[in-house]
Design a protein around this ligand. Structure first.
Ligand code: EPZ
Length: 435
């Protein structure tokens, strides 16, 4: 098992580029099942999750190749062999072994039902960040005319041609992101019009919609909570460049800020992280933005503040753990809530091992408001990563802590960050990978 060894206390400086967005790339790759011509996606990051989804797509009979220039080419059977394998003979089973490794594998359900009329997709199962149901996906796909049942841990679905309908994609904690992706992919070739209410407005969902439009779909209202889709008979191929990763960019900015350094993250869309930039300014950071870059200068110690993770355009839940690491060094008391995943606080216990003072006073179950009493210094220790963003938080804390921090189980980090350790080291961090 690989680990990261970090010697804290080096202020970061320089310029680093953001990678392509993981959470845009995954549903876009899954949507290539719909394409009847080859698809080429640029900017897909080299990540474990991308490899896992590529394996799922290969198991569904899709050719996935990394091109020399880094682009990803996906070719459906329709585009490869025009003399045609009957669509009924194509595999439609996404196995538990792969989908349980990465929930985004569930994003093949909508495209399979729409294109192949059948799907057997494993329910994703448990997850370290809390309860992650898929009821909204299933209800909306059923409304579009799919016959779905859950058997032996799999969603087994059939659909002749899906039929446009009005569906609801918001649940008690707001809109579902991958649910919107699944349903959008199902609706684009349904007969007639669909209206997706309570749809997610995250930039990654907008990116998927633009990709589908590039293949010939007719989608309007992207970036609003009501998306209208006029079904088309079929989709062609497309060449598409995905958006930069706003979560990676925000993580890098917080890494610079926590070390009191000054550095620029380049190649991002600053508006995608407006809420994060505003919160960084409130904490005493200096922020300078251009159209494609953000320069941050960290304060000596951040000012405490209350952070609440919310759906877009709020502070993303995927950056909540990294904020906690930053605010653990603040002057004063901060509170942190997560409205999207209220129990996503697995990192608390590990941050405490680095001398952070954090409490979950209301229930003790970690499903409420976490109180962070800022300390003057963190001290290095060996910690264990529990999930992707928790690992990033531990790395950030390690960059600021006195002495050596060892972050174990780095594979979590590699699922969703493209060479984070390499990027941090280019900014001057002392960070090494060891077995
Ligand atoms: C996506 O997960 C992201 N994953 C997550 O990123 C991210 O944390 C999350 O959206 C929220 O922004 C990808 O894009 C691949 P949801 P998703 O369905 O779509 C409830 C990361 O670290 N809900 O939007 O699975 C649910 O319980 C990952 O990169 C229902 O009630 O999340 C939650 O409270 C982790 N019923 C809320 O909605 C449903 O059917 C939002 O979940 C679906 C969801």
């Amino acid at each position: 098992m690989e680990r990261l060894c970090i010697t804290g206390g080096r202020p970061l400086s320089g310029t680093i580029a953001a990678s392509g967005s993981k959470n845009a790339a995954l549903p876009i790759m899954a949507a290539s099942i719909l394409a009847q011509q080859p698809v080429r996606i640029d900017g897909v990051p080299q990540l474990r999750d991308v490899c896992t989804l590529a394996d799922i797509l290969r198991s569904l009979g899709i050719r996935v190749s990394r091109l020399e220039d880094g682009g990803l080419e996906l070719a459906t059977v329709d585009s490869v062999s025009l003399d045609s394998v009957p669509i009924d003979s194509l595999p439609v089973r996404a196995d538990y072994e792969l989908v349980s490794r990465m929930r985004a594998g569930f994003c093949v359900l909508g495209p399979l039902l729409a294109r192949r009329g059948r799907a057997v997709v494993s329910l994703p199962g448990g997850c370290a960040i809390g309860d992650r149901p898929v009821d909204l996906h299933l209800a909306a796909l059923t409304a579009l005319g799919a016959e779905l049942k859950v058997e032996h841990g799999y969603v087994v679905g059939r659909a002749k041609r899906l039929v446009g309908a009005e569906v609801q994609l918001s649940g008690p904690r707001g809109p579902t992101v991958t649910g919107t992706a699944n349903v959008l992919c199902a609706a684009v070739t349904a007969r007639g019009q669909s209206v997706l209410r309570g749809a997610a407005i995250e930039p990654e969902v907008v990116d998927l919609g633009r990709f589908l439009n590039a293949m010939g779909a007719r989608i309007e209202g992207l970036g609003t909570s009501m998306i209208a889709v006029e079904g088309v008979d079929q989709l062609g191929g497309a060449r598409y460049k995905i958006i930069p990763d706003r979560i990676e960019a925000a993580t890098l900015l917080l890494a610079v800020a926590i070390t009191g350094g000054r550095a620029t993250v380049d190649g991002l869309v600053p508006q995608h992280i407006d809420a994060v930039l505003a919160a960084l300014e409130r904490s005493g950071c200096r922020i300078d933005t251009t159209a494609h870059s953000v320069c941050v200068a960290g304060p000596q110690r951040p000012r405490a503040q209350d952070i609440c993770a919310r759906p877009y355009p709020g502070i993303p839940t995927d950056i909540q753990a990294q904020w906690m690491a930053f605010l653990s060094l603040a002057q004063g008391r901060s509170t942190i809530r997560d409205e999207v995943f209220p129990g996503r606080f697995m990192h608390v216990a590990e941050l405490k091992r680095l001398s952070a003072r954090i409490e979950t006073p209301d229930t003790g179950r970690g499903d409420g408001c976490v109180v962070v009493e800022g300390v003057e210094r963190l001290t290095g220790a060996t910690v264990t990563a529990t999930d992707l963003r928790a690992s990033a938080a531990l790395v950030l804390a390690g960059l600021a802590a006195e002495g050596e921090t060892v972050v174990r189980d780095v594979y979590h980090l590699d699922r969703g960050y493209e060479g984070l350790d390499v990027k941090l080291s280019e900014l001057g961090a002392e960070i090494f990978r060891r077995r």
